[in-house]
Design a protein around this ligand. Structure first.
Ligand code: MOS
Length: 756
């Protein structure tokens, strides 16, 4: 599997050989000018006012050139961030107020990174305390909870029927509170950005962002590059097609992981600010520790979940009440409830999110936002009810299978959940598994658990340009960011199929600043959204080539029926063995190349049917009978997510997601000091994430779910991998020990004293 992954991945070879270029690998000659180095100074208080900030000692370090604080940094305009980031509310270095621990309060610019870092350590700050109360966790913020209408891109409130009455009248009642700990992105690449202001008053920026045009807009608004006054109609028009103002030249670079974090990052804005004030290009690099306070993270969630069921096990009412932590800025709310209402048949429902703004930086997008906390509660509850009733957990889910989308009432576009159940169960041996609690002769107790996985399907507007050249190359101008998900590989394959060219003939251009507004690498939508546009542009090119051929006296297709021409392996192919290489046809074309742009997704993929990706996760755990150490022996994930473009890479991404889910289940938790608001394990020495040794066998099954009528036929198939392991592992632990844990991560001390 390894070799094939590498050769199919467009960036695979460069990564393995050490030639892949991340922002930190970009030298002056590639950037186009020399640059100085900036290091961010962050606050050591969560709340207060800076009374004095003294940079005189920093200037004694040889090589330190400038220090920017709220006193001398460029002023920024208002920002409306499409990514719901906190920068919309909290623009850096605009005033003396400190609103969260680790907030940027200065940038030190020097000739070298070392001098900048030494200088940054020497900036002296005096704070004045601010009288207000602080709250760093939901438990401390009861009074701040407020109901909300929206949660992320999903509704914050949904109601139908008489859920409370139905619940009260139900013979089977489940009523429990579930909690998910906050945890941070730990991307391999902490992050850097380089910015330079050019003679035309525009800015050139090199960074690794997930959605190039959203960050281009953020920079444009902040510096008034002719964008802010034209919002939001401008946004709508630009997101739907044409190119963005040439004054913000954001060049996107390979990202060493992102998955929600690389959306509207503060260091990118700070690099632009520092470069502007400094009058020379500046590169800002973020330290590992700073990743814990400068960027978004997964919000703390607590939800009360009530399920009422008939005595035969059929669900009747569903009441989901998530309380979600937000930060001091931004409009992002973890969209917890949106998931729970689509999975099983039920009659009445009530969903209401409440949000408490804590004194931390804003949480934000993180792989399977909402879905992972939603599914933990729902799927633990389903397991609980099933076992209480003496029903096999898989049979219980089948009993409540939703033939159509319970929330919208719409027919499913396709639903292969039952096949996912079958194939997943088969792979783990569910039907003839050992009884939970069986003691192995190595002193470990075994248990099995499962969970359903579900992910809605979105399509974002995307504009893509495709060019065919005389040399036989298909050049695709698209903005899809590559953060390890394999999107470049999938788009290359899609383009080769749509254009009828060999895969080697396709070249993706993703790092220029003047690309059409493509869709971001976000929310399991990037490949599909951009892929549909690539397909449409390819079809336009085929029409152009057909017309050229039938009107060209030198072409074997001269005067023939245009509609009969097909495209295979770089050739125009027709009836009666007629064929001509595209390269021959184009060599007679005055421009020697043809180009087409397509814009798709204007209605965000709205359709008469409910489109979703389904999946099932099964796990086998073994638990040391004495120490209670939990080992996940085998995780199986079976997913039905439409046409699979690159199976090996798709499996690769999903198994990575499942390992992330394992981390959520057993390890990942960011703890905060309730007195100071400092993340106490905010570094890679203390933040636990799964390592190779923590991961047993992982099996990914891609269940056939093609849509032959659709030219691209895909569904979102990325984030769904994260959702299953949390509840499946919790359920397997219950199966093994009889201990029900309703919070993640589950730690050894949650299990002590209960078993053996
Ligand atoms: Mo997604 S949370 O944008 O990887």
């Amino acid at each position: 599997m390894g070799n094939e992954t590498l050769t199919r991945r467009i960036e695979g070879r460069a990564k393995v050989c050490g030639n892949a270029r991340y922002v930190d690998d970009i030298r002056a000659e590639q950037f186009g000018s020399d640059f100085d180095h900036g290091i961010i100074v962050t606050s050591t208080k969560a709340r207060g006012v800076i009374r004095r900030i003294d940079s005189s000692t920093a200037f004694k370090v040889p090589g330190v050139l400038a220090v920017f604080t709220h006193e001398n940094a460029p002023r920024l305009n208002k920002i409306i961030s499409l990514s719901m980031a906190e920068l919309a509310d909290i623009r850096p270095l605009q005033g003396p107020e400190v609103r969260h621990y680790g907030q940027p309060i200065a940038v030190v610019v020097a000739e070298s990174p070392t001098a900048a870092r030494e200088g940054a350590n020497l900036v002296a700050v005096e704070y004045e305390d601010d009288e207000g109360d602080t709250a760093f966790s939901l438990a401390a913020a009861e009074k701040r909870l407020k109901p909300v209408k929206r949660a992320g891109m999903a509704p914050g409130k949904i109601s139908s029927g008489n859920p409370e009455q139905d619940f009260e009248a139900s013979p089977v009642k489940h009523d429990a509170v579930y909690r998910n700990a906050p945890h941070h992105h730990n991307t391999m690449e902490p992050g850097s950005a380089i910015a330079r202001w050019d003679d035309d008053g525009g800015v050139t920026v090199q960074a690794a962002v997930q959605w190039q045009h959203v960050d281009t807009l953020v920079i444009g608004q902040a510096f008034g590059l002719g964008l802010a006054d034209r919002l939001p109609g401008f946004i709508a028009r630009k997101m739907l097609g044409s190119e963005i103002s040439g004054k913000v030249r954001l060049k996107n670079t390979l990202a060493g992981g992102a998955f929600g974090r690389n959306l509207t990052m503060v260091h990118v804005l700070l690099a632009c600010m520092a470069a502007k004030a400094h009058g020379r290009a500046v590169k800002i690099s973020v330290s590992r520790e700073q990743c814990f306070t400068l960027f978004s993270f997964r919000a703390e969630v607590r939800q009360r979940l009530r399920i009422g069921a008939e005595s035969n096990g059929k669900l009747k009412s569903l009441i989901v009440e998530p309380d979600v932590a937000a930060g001091i800025g931004g409009s992002f709310v973890e969209p917890v409830g949106a998931w729970s209402c689509h999975i099983y048949n039920h009659e009445s429902r009530h969903l209401q999110h409440r949000v408490a703004r804590l004194d931390t930086q804003a949480p934000g997008w993180m792989r399977a936002p909402g879905g992972s906390s939603a599914m933990f509660a729902l799927e633990t509850a389903m397991d609980d009810i099933a076992r209480d009733r003496g029903i096999d957990p898989l049979d219980f889910r089948l009993m409540n299978f939703a033939e159509s989308d319970p929330e919208s009432g719409k027919e499913w576009h396709s639903n292969r959940l039952k096949s996912c159940f079958d194939q997943g169960a088969e792979a783990i041996g569910w039907r003839d598994r050992y009884e939970g609690g069986t003691l192995r002769n190595d002193g470990r107790v075994i248990g099995y658990g499962m969970a359903t996985c579900w992910e809605t399907h979105f399509q974002f507007p995307a504009s893509v340009r495709v060019r065919l050249t005389e040399a036989g190359e298909g050049i695709v101008f698209a903005t899809l960011a590559e953060m390890g998900q394999g999107g470049w590989a999938a788009l290359t394959t899609l383009a080769s199929r749509s254009l009828g060219l060999p895969r080697e003939a396709i070249r993706l251009e993703t790092d220029a600043s003047n690309l059409p507004a493509g869709a971001g690498a976000i929310a399991s939508t990037g490949t599909y959204s951009n892929g549909v546009a690539i397909h449409e542009a390819s079809m336009k090119l085929h029409r152009i080539l057909r017309r050229l051929a039938v009107r060209d006296r030198k072409s074997p297709f001269y005067g023939k029926d245009e509609d009969a021409i097909k495209f295979e392996d770089g050739n125009l192919v027709g009836d009666g063995n007629l064929w001509e290489p595209i390269t021959d046809l184009l060599s007679r074309h005055p421009k020697r190349e043809v180009e087409a742009t397509a814009t798709t997704g204007r209605t965000f993929g709205r359709s008469r049917k409910a489109k979703a990706t389904f999946g099932a996760c099964f796990v086998e755990v073994s638990i040391d009978a004495i120490t209670h150490e939990v080992r996940v022996e085998h995780m199986v994930g079976a997913f039905a997510g439409g046409r699979i473009i690159e199976p090996v890479i798709a499996k690769n991404q999903i198994s990575g997601g499942m390992i992330w889910g394992l981390g959520q289940a057993l390890m990942e938790e960011s703890t905060i000091d309730e007195r100071t608001g400092r993340w106490t394990n905010g570094n890679l020495a203390e933040a636990l994430i799964p390592t190779q040794a923590d991961v047993g066998k992982v099996s990914v099954i891609l269940v056939e779910d093609d849509d032959p009528d659709h030219p691209v036929g895909m569904k979102g198939l990325s984030e769904i991998g994260v959702m299953g392991p949390g509840p499946a592992i919790a359920n397997a632990i219950f199966d093994a020990l009889g201990t029900r844990v309703r919070h993640l991560p589950i730690r050894i001390d949650d299990l002590m004293g209960e078993a053996a």
